[in-house]
Structure formats: C-alpha cells, structure tokens
Design a protein around this ligand. Structure first.
Ligand code: G3P
Length: 218
C-alpha cells in the first residue's frame, strides 16, 4: 500500500519524507489556503517545491468547473513537473476532462468521490486514481470504509487499473482498515501516519531496556 501525505505544509511533508516511507502528496485548495498560499504564481511555485521535496506523485487540483477551463488548467499543471497528477472534481465536465487527459497520457486523480457509482464512472473514464473521502462520510454517520470495500470489489470484478486512493483519512484505524480491504493508497495527515508507530508497551519496554543497560554499565 502506498502512503501519501494530505497537506501543503512543507515541514510535515519533509518530516514524513524523512521517515523514508512516503510515496506522494495530495493537496487541495483548502489545504493550500490553510498554509497561506494564495495567488496562481505562489500556488504554482508551491507545487514545484513539493515535487522537489518528495520522490512521488503530487496531486494538484484544478479550480475550473467547465471542460475547457479544466483542460487549460490541467495541461499547465501537468507541464510543471513530471510528478504532477491533475486532480479533477467528480462532476460531469470533470469526467469528460478525465477522459481527455487519459487519451493524452496525462495522469488524473478524481476527487470528491462519495459513492461507488462515481468511482465506477471515473474508472471508465480512465482516472489514474479515485479519491473516496472516508472521513467525511463517517462525519455524516455513513460508513466510509464500506465504500472502499465496494469500490475494491467493483474494480477487481473488471480489472480496472484505477488506483483507490483512500482520502480524508483521519486516524490509524482508517489506515489499518484500508490496508485490510486493499486500498492501493491512503492519504492522511502526518499525525495519522506517525500514529502507526506508537504503542505504550514499546515505550515502556524501551525505557526498561535502557534503564537495565545503565544499571549494568555504571
Ligand atoms: O484531500 C482531500 C481529503 O483528504 C480531505 O480530507 O480531512 O478535509 O476531510 P478532510
């Protein structure tokens, strides 16, 4: 399973990358705004910084919602760096844009997926990734992980190569359950990724080992 970090914060990206386990980065307009990155020139410069920090796919989201606008924006984003994946919303013109980019060999991530039908359509259009938002489904008392299971079943039935990028991952249990189901990728905050390494018995066991070493070597 690939690990992406879902942030535009360069320090968090560097921290995750320094662990040696990072496969890519996802961003969205809200994450960019959270870091104070505004204006096209600054946003573009930030994408390039992220690509230079990490050796992996970097999702860059279009703002347009019409076909022509998405094509124009997506082509510019894809030309920025070979690691850029154009992130396209799950709307009617978005599906057309994904098909267009797929025919041109430009990789896409279809975002804002909340149903298996949307994921099926995105795969038919040739999306490289689909991003089902599991945390936001949980937020409205709907089982986000059940959606990952449904998409996995459908894609496996037909051999779709579109990768399931479980997004809106909030915590360790989301990551573990995605791994059990067979999501291709998870994207989440640094806290969720770092949470995987934490266990109180590891901490107390290490403290004991170090204390015993000190006793024997004083
Ligand atoms: O990047 C899309 C998605 O991961 C957003 O997550 O936590 O805002 O629901 P969240």
């Amino acid at each position: 399973m690939k690990f992406f970090i879902d942030t535009a914060n360069l320090k968090d990206i560097k921290d995750a990358n320094d662990l040696g386990i990072l496969d890519g980065v996802t961003t969205n307009p809200s994450l960019m705004a959270k870091e104070g990155i505004t204006g096209v020139a600054n946003i573009i410069a930030h994408y390039i910084k992220i690509c230079e920090l990490v050796d992996g796919d970097v999702s860059a989201e279009v703002i347009s919602t019409d076909f022509e606008g998405m094509i124009a924006e997506g082509e510019k984003l894809a030309a920025l760096h070979p690691q850029i994946v154009v992130k396209i919303p799950m709307i009617k013109d978005g599906i057309k844009a994904i098909k267009y980019f797929s025919n041109k060999g430009i990789r896409t991530n279809c975002t804002l997926i909340f149903s298996a039908g949307q994921a099926l359509l995105a795969a038919k259009a040739g999306a490289t990734y689909v991003s089902p938002f599991i945390g936001r489904l949980d937020d409205i008392s709907t089982d986000g992980l059940a959606l990952i299971e449904e998409i996995r079943l459908i894609y496996d039935n037909y051999g779709y190569e579109t990768q399931i990028l479980a997004a809106s991952v909030r915590h360790v249990m989301h990551i573990l359950n995605c791994a059990k189901i067979g999501a291709d990728v998870i994207t989440g905050p640094l806290s969720a990724i770092e949470g995987l390494m934490k266990h109180p018995l590891t901490d107390s066991g290490l403290a004991t080992f170090l204390a015993d070493y000190q006793k024997g070597n004083n």
